[in-house]
Write a protein that binds this ligand. Structure first.
Ligand code: 5GP
Ligand code: ZN
Length: 113
């Protein structure tokens, strides 16, 4: 996808602080962390949001979730962590490329609404 920030990060055109990478996914540190540990995990393929997940492309989402525990362990998040994906404007999604936030390293508050 042209002009997609996270496609450019996935392609290495825009630099990021990588935490994990394989053929399918990339994890990197959020540029504006909201917790001591704030990592974004993205598929390298362009999926706009959770709304764009289908039976055809969901294998990469399963792969992301199979990898998140290892990333959390590597980051030392032994007391737990939160995984969040904002979908659409009501949720405050600002980058239109599917991403999962991993937040941890402090006691997180519940700000649901
Ligand atoms: P959203 O608001 O869509 O759920 O999350 C987008 C996230 O991407 C935000 O937490 C924001 O700080 C992060 N972000 C935006 N631009 C960049 C960037 O260029 N590099 C990195 N590493 N994170 C970014
Ligand atoms: Zn993209």
């Amino acid at each position: 996808m042209e002009n997609c920030l996270f496609c450019k990060i996935a392609a290495g055109i825009i630099p990021s602080t990588k935490v994990y990478e394989d053929d399918l996914i990339l994890a990197f540190r959020d540029i504006a962390p909201m917790a001591p540990t704030h990592i974004l995990v993205i598929p390298k393929t362009h999926i706009p949001s959770v709304d764009g997940i289908t039976a055809e492309n969901s294998a990469v989402v399963a792969h992301i979730f199979a990898t998140i525990p290892a990333i959390a362990r590597e980051e030392g998040l032994v007391n737990g962590y939160r995984v969040v994906s904002n979908c659409g404007s009501d949720a405050g999604q600002t980058v239109q490329h599917l991403h999962f936030h991993i937040l941890g390293g402090k006691q997180l508050t519940l700000e649901m609404a």
